[in-house]
Design a protein around this ligand. Structure first.
Ligand SMILES: [Zn+2]
Length: 68
């Protein structure tokens, strides 16, 4: 469970983000040059229902350390 950094309300998790007018998703990478071979994974999105804060995070931060 994630709490909003701003107002400490429980956030709605497992939301998704997409580029408007496109079916493409967004991939996060540690390095632009390594975008195609060192993927961290799809970003997870949580939204605060109280203040509207949007939080984007990765599900497995350990994967980040493995790629650095
Ligand atoms: Zn909030």
């Amino acid at each position: 469970m994630r709490r909003c950094l701003r107002c400490n309300t429980e956030m709605i998790e497992n939301c998704s983000i997409k580029v408007q007018n496109s079916a493409y998703g967004i991939d996060l990478a540690t390095d632009e040059r390594r975008l195609f071979n060192k993927r961290i994974g799809k970003p997870q999105v949580a939204i605060c229902p109280a203040c509207g804060e949007v939080s984007i995070y990765i599900e497995n931060p350990k994967a980040l350390n493995e790629t650095l």
